[in-house]
Design a binder for this molecule. Structure first.
Ligand SMILES: Cc1cc2nc3c(=O)[nH]c(=O)nc-3n(C[C@H](O)[C@H](O)[C@H](O)COP(=O)(O)OP(=O)(O)OC[C@H]3O[C@@H](n4cnc5c(N)ncnc54)[C@H](O)[C@@H]3O)c2cc1C
Length: 473
């Protein structure tokens, strides 16, 4: 039986492990931390009994993928749970806009000027999204199986987000798109900065933005349960520094950042791959605050109280300015903030009327300041009375985020800048981007295509490459 070692038990590491084990490989996963899951772990952070997602909270792109269809984690303890409003965007004066599952309802609420235009863009994309997402969740350079829907998606995705947002007239509609596009951590005037926003925005209509009931950790515990059924093993508390410690497995898959992979593989890495891994660019960072909030956040824009995710940053020009500054290394006075209200979708997470809220601000890479007060002020701006409802907070700086999970280099929670170059060629220019240039060795983290997210698709794709390699021997 061929053997494989997977370094790292994030969703990509475990997806790779599971795919290899199902393919008849004897799999061992080595994880540096004491617990599995990487960016999908959950647990108490503020008050006893209040369940927070430590990192990943919402999973629109994990619901229907090649990996999810192969392994059916819903039969192994994973249950997706949807909020009523998928995401929303409050503006000053109690105004705002919201995304519902229905394209028509979302478009209708944007008013007469924008109704038709929203429907014309998101209607066809939503209908063809299963085909688009299959294309999107693999290396972008490939022969497309569904060229027509992919071309339609590409027409929008290629544009700067701030330009695409101008197809709508109202401040509400423009802000709604700016908020979802800002997930890319890119200046909104840069080429292809729409890509992630168009994908996530369409996914909200097709699949919703679900939380994992009982915490995101259930995503990876379901993978681990499945892996054990195939005879795979996981060892925690093992930090791998040098691949020579690992004996000679037939396959080695690294669920790490490219620079960590270069350290682990050392001189055995072909020099051109080593150079590419060390040149890999990380993006801006997050500063995280977990809150325990009595009665939830009192958003003045009422639908935001029913939204799983709330994008906080004001109108399009304000968000565009904040994102531009962050990429340039300047801390904006009013940064863009994502607020996760998981208990809206998963009510059991609230306890005695106190709700867990997981928020993070976009800040410059490696920023050393404390954004707790700034985050509270920004939320208070759109939810007067929020401050008085806070019962407990727990903040994590960019450095602490990297200490928590070394793949988030400098606090870069998406494991690699989404520059146009890296959207197309990550982690390096190669026919097989997962290959580390050593036979049987692969990079399978979010630094590889399709990039960030707790969907496991980088792991699944890398493992399929590895199985093809074994088959070719
Ligand atoms: C605050 C925050 C919010 C987020 N929100 C979302 C969201 O809502 N939705 C979403 O889809 N994604 C979200 N993400 C991103 C998501 O968590 C990541 O993209 C995803 O976890 C990447 O998976 P991965 O398997 O590649 O790596 P990771 O999850 O980072 O796992 C890597 C694992 O490898 C281990 N490791 C690394 N080096 C070594 C070594 N040398 N030896 C042994 N073990 C090692 C690490 O300890 C870690 O457990 C968020 C991330 C953060 C931080």
């Amino acid at each position: 039986m061929p053997s494989a070692i997977i370094v790292g038990s994030g969703p990509n590491g475990l997806a790779a492990a599971l795919t290899l084990a199902a393919g008849g490989v004897d799999v061992t996963v080595l994880e540096a931390s004491d617990s599995i899951g990487g960016g999908t772990r959950s647990g108490e952070l503020t008050l006893p009994g209040l369940l927070h997602d430590h990192c990943s909270g919402f999973h629109p792109l994990a619901v229907d993928t090649g990996f999810s269809r192969q392994f059916g984690l819903e039969n192994h303890g994973l249950r997706w749970s949807l909020p009523e409003v998928q995401y929303s965007h409050p503006l000053d004066g109690g105004r705002g806009a919201s995304v519902w599952r229905s394209v028509d309802r979302t478009a209708g609420e944007l008013g007469d000027d924008d109704n038709e235009s929203y429907r014309r863009m998101f209607g066809p994309l939503t209908r063809r999204f299963p085909q688009i997402v299959d294309e999107f969740l693999q290396p972008l350079v490939h022969v497309p199986g569904h060229p027509v829907p992919l071309a339609r998606f590409g027409l929008y995705a290629a544009l700067p987000a701030a330009l695409l947002a101008r197809r709508w007239e109202s401040e509400e509609a423009r802000a709604l798109f700016a908020g979802v596009a800002a997930h890319s951590f890119r200046p909104l005037w840069s080429v292809m900065s729409s890509a992630i926003g168009v994908a996530l925005g369409t996914a909200a209509h097709r699949y919703g933005w679900p939380v994992a009931a009982g915490g995101s950790s259930t995503i990876t515990t379901a993978m681990a349960t499945r892996l054990a059924e195939y005879g795979g093993r996981i060892e925690t508390g093992v930090s791998v520094r040098d691949h020579r410690e690992l004996g000679r497995p037939d396959l080695l898959l690294l669920n790490t950042s490219p620079s960590a992979a270069a350290d682990i593989l050392g001189d055995d890495l072909p020099p051109r791959v080593g150079r590419a891994y060390r040149r890999f660019r990380h993006g801006p960072a997050a500063f995280q605050v977990a809150f325990a909030v009595e009665g939830g956040i009192p958003w003045a824009h009422e639908p935001s109280r029913r939204a799983g995710t709330v994008h906080v940053g004001g109108a399009l020009p304000e968000i565009a300015d904040a994102e531009r500054r962050v990429v340039r290394g300047e801390m904006p006075e009013r940064p863009f903030i994502l607020v996760g209200q998981q208990s809206v979708a998963d009510p059991d997470r609230a306890k005695d009327g106190v709700h867990p809220v997981d928020a993070y601000a976009h800040v410059p890479a490696g920023w050393t300041g404390d954004a707790t007060r700034t985050i509270i002020d920004q939320i208070e701006r759109f939810a007067p009375g929020f401050r008085d409802r806070i019962r407990s907070t727990r903040s994590l700086s960019t450095r602490q985020i990297e200490q928590y999970d070394p793949n988030f280099v400098g606090g870069d929670i998406v494991t690699g800048a989404n520059t146009p170059f890296q959207l197309v060629f990550r982690p390096r220019v190669a026919l097989n981007p997962y290959s580390a240039g050593i036979p049987g060795v692969y990079l399978c983290s979010a630094a590889a295509p399709p990039g960030a997210g707790a969907h496991g698709m980088a792991g699944w794709n890398a493992a399929r490459s590895a199985l093809a390699y074994l088959g070719s021997l």
